[in-house]
Design a binder for this molecule. Structure first.
Ligand SMILES: [Zn+2]
Length: 285
């Protein structure tokens, strides 16, 4: 039985860091973890500074390698979170300058993917809180650009989005269509159960947070049309913010033990669907 975490962050500056997180995850039955870029400032780096973005991506790539060093399969997904975009707007940057910077950050992610250091772009997308329409439009353009680059490289994209059900789903499906997204390459990170079926039917991959009460159970009732994530942020100052990957693994294995889901179901979401996204890297060894 192999549990896979589709979206986690690790941060040795505020929390346990990749090695200890991987050890705990492995001890609880975790076998594969996608390590996604944090925010520049969560690593003490500067938003809007290219050298900081380079270091953020390098840290993500190095963290995935350290997770693998503990016997847990891992890949890196690198990108600039929409909160970075918003922060630059707040700092007074003109919209065009922010857009150039965000596109540059997507291009840099593309370069790491071509070099084999990363497998995807993320998380990119829209803030989950209300923002002015021009900021949302800017985020949408960056998202479309990122999905297009991912399509060219046959890479995955992790999208950070607001959770507004059908509205979110339809708008993302439209952007993915315009960008020519490949099927089952665009991940809706932190997806609501209500969009699972609609997303999967449109070739998008909903990534359901196991830490949110009742959401995994609700999604599971619709069939294995999603992957699961902890969205761990590895920050000691915010201990209860999200479920740790090892708690997620224990929870899923307990659900199998107690017959609430079948072993086949767990394999479908943690192996088959993950292999569909990440290829052999996500296959159990
Ligand atoms: Zn995240």
């Amino acid at each position: 039985m192999a549990v896979a975490d589709n979206h986690a962050h690790v941060n040795e500056f505020t929390g346990l860091g990749p090695t200890e997180v991987a050890r705990r995850f492995r001890r609880s039955g975790g076998r594969f973890m996608v390590v996604v870029s944090l925010l520049t400032w969560s690593l003490g780096l500067q938003p809007g500074e290219k050298a900081s973005v380079e270091r953020l991506y390098e840290y993500t790539v190095r963290s995935a390698a350290r997770v693998r060093g503990e016997g847990v399969g891992s890949v890196a997904v690198v990108g600039l979170h929409p909160a970075e975009c918003y922060r630059l707007v707040e700092m007074g940057w003109p919209i065009e300058k922010v857009e150039d910077f965000m596109r540059w950050a997507v291009d840099l992610a593309g370069r790491l993917i071509r070099e084999g250091a990363a497998v995807g772009i993320g998380e990119i997308g829209r803030p989950h809180w209300p923002v002015p329409p021009e900021v949302r439009a800017l985020c949408d353009r960056v998202m479309e650009y990122g999905i297009g680059i991912a399509r060219d490289l046959d890479a995955v994209v992790h999208l950070h989005l607001e959770r507004e059900g059908e509205n979110t789903l339809l708008s993302v499906a439209e952007i993915a269509r315009r960008a020519g997204a490949r099927p089952y390459r665009v991940v809706m990170h932190h997806a609501e159960p209500s969009v699972v079926v609609g997303a999967w039917e449109r070739g998008l991959v909903p990534s359901v947070p196991v830490g949110r009460r009742g959401e995994f159970e609700e999604a599971a009732g619709m069939g294995p049309m999603f992957v699961v994530e902890s969205d761990f942020i590895d920050d000691n100052r915010r201990p209860g913010a999200v479920i740790p990957p090892w708690t997620m693994a224990a929870k899923l294995l307990r659900a199998v033990e107690q017959g609430r889901i079948s072993g086949d179901f767990l394999r479908a979401i943690c192996v088959d669907n993950m292999v569909r996204l990440y290829g052999d890297a996500a296959a159990p060894t």
